[in-house]
Write a protein that binds this ligand. Structure first.
Ligand code: NAD
Length: 511
């Protein structure tokens, strides 16, 4: 394909071919239907990847479980060293992998490279974590007894990832799952299979160098059917799912049905509140990055903007002026800030989103148009859009995964918090203010009801050190930093009796 030829050097360095196997279970396989990875810039083929047949998926799960039996015996700090070697290889290919992500997903190159950096960061974190997967020692009420806590690996962790972070979402999960001694099976989004193959090739090489079973990192490309099987299969101890709320609701229910564990990272409907005393320049730059970055296709994209009435008109003027400056185009061209939407279906969702605003009595203040002329003719380009709505309208209650920013005016801080919290999603939120009282209220019990609660920074662009995830219909999951690693472990509460007697707890006498 012409897309392939254009980036042939990058593909050569990553070992990606025009036709690739999309299943890895210690060896490369995949004889199921073929996925066509296309560029959102021109909707033309880049390269192809094969998917797993049900039999191949079954084998892949079995191999990953077998590999885990070896991996769990490798001491954690040694596992950390293996992950560090993956980190070094990823870092060497940072630019190539970032380019591939930009080409296949459609985000701009700096964000593509940033996404690889996120996997690198969590691997750094995991090296440190490998020496501090600590349990507690707890005082026992019985003489000659000691209580302690063990954190052992669960076994096999399934990772189902969304198209918008084709590497980082896997990375956050894989690094923590592996350092805690689990093997991993990855089911990527069907529209970003090349990124998964490129990452897998790097991991395979490192595991081979260490003489470890390569199925510790397994891969099964495919669509909803492969995902559904992972949700149903009892051999998958933990399923970490990232995607939309409707699919996540289903996946969560299927896993719960068999009492499996799940981490659900679902849709958001994130807001920024700009108070009357805010640093408006900081707020403006943050809103533009958070609403336009990744063409509105981040789970943490700002979709709602609440402006205090005293700064509303001034802020809106600057915001529209800033939107006019945003260069839309090929994400691999320097200077472009807004690439295409990932698919044609997303363009339709955008058009419907704009229509819905008008139908519900809102106004389109900027944008609202699909771009179809000249360099945009073959791609999925739209104009980032600013609307004027009120929080009772239906459009502000749902996530449409495109760059439409709904703006609203407010008077009273308590009232705006209530409006902010009135939607069913609970991922990320930001308040811009210089008032310490407002800040502490915002992060306290009467403040934001989201999993991510920011002050004076955008809603997106989280660091790996904190636990990432959201409340309500965002699914409740937490991954990445803080104590998220504990979810990838089986907690053992152990009591050891060295007294030679058998005193019972609660003073019970049984004789
Ligand atoms: P999606 O729900 O369409 O697909 C996500 C994944 O689920 C894909 O790999 C898909 O093949 C798989 N899948 C589809 N049907 C399935 C089924 N029945 N069983 C198992 N797996 C199935 O989501 P998407 O369009 O790829 O991604 C966009 C969505 O993801 C947005 O809603 C966004 O907010 C969300 N997201 C959330 C986070 C987060 O951390 N909270 C991060 C990134 C994206």
């Amino acid at each position: 394909s012409s897309n392939f030829v254009r980036y042939k050097d990058t593909f050569d360095r990553l070992n990606i071919k025009e036709h690739n196997h999309g299943v890895f279970n210690g060896k490369w396989a995949g004889t199921g239907p073929v996925l066509h990875s296309v560029s959102p810039v021109n909707n033309e083929l880049i390269a192809e990847v094969t998917t797993a047949t049900p039999k191949e998926l079954d084998e892949t799960i079995a191999e990953a479980r077998k590999a885990q039996i070896v991996w769990r015996e490798v001491p954690a700090p040694k596992r950390g060293q293996v992950l560090f070697d993956i980190r070094t290889r990823l870092h060497a290919h940072r630019h190539d992998l970032g380019t591939l992500v930009a080409l296949e997903m459609g985000k701009i190159l700096p964000e593509g490279v940033g996404e690889i950096q996120e996997y690198i960061d969590i691997l750094d974190y995991s090296l440190g974590l490998s020496r501090s997967l600590n349990g507690q020692i707890i005082p026992s009420e019985r003489p000659g007894h000691i209580m302690l806590e063990t954190w052992n690996p669960l076994g096999l962790v399934g990772v189902i990832s969304a198209f918008n972070f084709p590497v980082a979402v896997y990375g956050w999960n894989a690094a923590i799952a592996m350092v805690t001694g689990n093997s991993v099976i990855w089911k990527p989004a069907p529209t970003t299979p090349l990124a998964s193959v490129a990452v897998q090739l790097i991991q395979q090489e490192v595991l081979e160098q260490h003489g470890l079973p390569t199925a510790i990192c397994s891969l099964a490309n495919g669509g909803a059917d492969v995902g559904q099987t992972l949700a149903e299969d009892r051999r998958v101890d933990l399923l970490s799912f990232t995607g939309s709320t409707p699919v996540g609701r289903r996946v969560g229910t299927v896993v719960q049905e068999r009492f499996g564990k799940s981490i659900l990272e679902l849709g958001g409907n994130n807001a920024i509140i700009v108070n009357e005393d805010a640093d408006l320049d900081l707020a403006l730059r943050s809103v533009v990055f958070a609403a336009v970055g990744t063409a509105g296709q981040r789970c943490t994209t700002t979709r709602r903007l609440f402006l205090h009435e005293k700064i509303h008109d001034q802020f809106m003027k600057s915001l529209v002026a800033a939107y006019k400056q945003v260069k839309i185009g090929d994400p691999l061209q320097s200077g472009v800030l807004c690439g295409p939407l990932h698919t044609k279906a997303a363009v339709d969702a955008y058009s419907k989103g704009v229509e819905d605003v008008k139908a519900q009595g809102g106004e389109v203040l900027y944008g609202g148009k699909v771009l179809t002329e000249g360099e945009y003719a073959k791609g999925n380009f739209v104009m980032p859009t600013i609307t004027k709505v009120n929080s009772a309208m239906d459009v502000v209650k749902h996530e449409v995964f495109v760059p439409i920013l709904h703006t609203m005016k407010f008077k009273d801080f308590d009232e705006v918090i209530a409006q902010h919290n009135s939607v069913s999603q609970g991922l990320s939120s930001s308040l811009f203010t210089r008032d310490a009282g407002a800040m502490f209220k915002w992060i306290g019990p009467a403040g934001s009801d989201c999993g991510i609660v920011n002050v004076n920074i955008p809603t997106n662009g989280a660091e790996i050190g904190g636990a990432f995830g959201g409340e309500k219909e965002t699914g409740g999951g937490r991954e990445s930093g803080s104590d998220s690693w504990k979810q990838y472990c089986r907690r053992g509460s152990c009591t050891i009796n060295y007294s030679g007697q058998l005193p019972l707890a609660q003073g019970i006498v049984f004789a």
